[in-house]
Design a protein around this ligand. Structure first.
Ligand code: GRF
Length: 205
């Protein structure tokens, strides 16, 4: 008798460079029983990143791995992969991680790296996506969870959420509105992955 769902406890390796609000939202979804997963390790490229202290407080394994300590990007990524694989990581979750993922990483985790971007891709890739949206004058923006490929914010899209842009919005007010949706859809996507319900066909997820 096949179980209704094989809710595998997904092991997540989270990479973050800053405050880590998406990391916290994922951990809260796990604690609330909305996400069948566990965070195996939190890695940051920034030794002073607030997210490291947050992870420490939550008793989650956390390491700073500093690119500057390595001669080549391949060596830096090799070290990340080593730590993630030692933690039996199923999915690598980029959550406010401000570096491009290279070939060493992509080879180690093919179609197993996800990212969240604070815009409706393919619009407004790169940094300050919220500012780009305000300055462009769009009426709607939002956020995108996508599989990471060798481009910047170009991988197959898994889920998006839309928010209105008000006339008096600035970068900060729009970012705050989008962030609420980021925290919601990231946990939803990870739960879909945990349930084995995410399939890739060409670019289509
Ligand atoms: C978020 O807007 C995320 O979409 C972007 O970085 C911002 C900070 O994320 N990648 P967090 O609060 O550190 O999770």
């Amino acid at each position: 008798m096949k179980p209704i769902i094989q809710a595998k406890k997904l092991r997540l390796g989270v990479l973050a460079s800053g405050r880590g609000s998406n990391f916290l939202a994922i951990q809260q979804a796990i604690a609330a029983g909305r996400l069948d997963a566990e965070i195996a390790v939190l890695l940051s490229d920034q030794p002073q990143a607030a997210v490291l202290a947050e992870a420490q407080q939550l008793g989650i394994r956390n390491r700073a791995v500093v690119p500057g300590n390595f001669n080549r990007k391949e060596d830096y990524e090799g070290r990340l992969v080593e730590i993630l694989q030692a933690g039996d990581t199923d999915i690598v979750v980029l959550a406010g991680y401000m570096r491009l993922v290279g070939s060493v990483f992509l080879r180690a985790f093919p179609h197993r790296i996800v990212n969240i971007h604070p815009a409706l891709l393919p619009a407004f890739t790169g940094l300050h996506a919220q500012r780009q949206a305000v300055e462009y004058g769009v009426k709607y923006s939002g956020c995108t969870v996508h599989l990471v490929d060798n481009g910047m914010d170009t991988g197959p899209i898994i889920r998006q959420a839309v928010v209105p842009v008000d006339d008096d919005d600035d970068e900060e007010s729009l970012a705050a509105r989008i962030l609420v949706q980021e925290h919601k859809i990231y946990a939803e996507v990870l739960q879909l992955l945990a349930e084995g319900r995410v399939f890739l066909e060409g670019r289509k997820v």
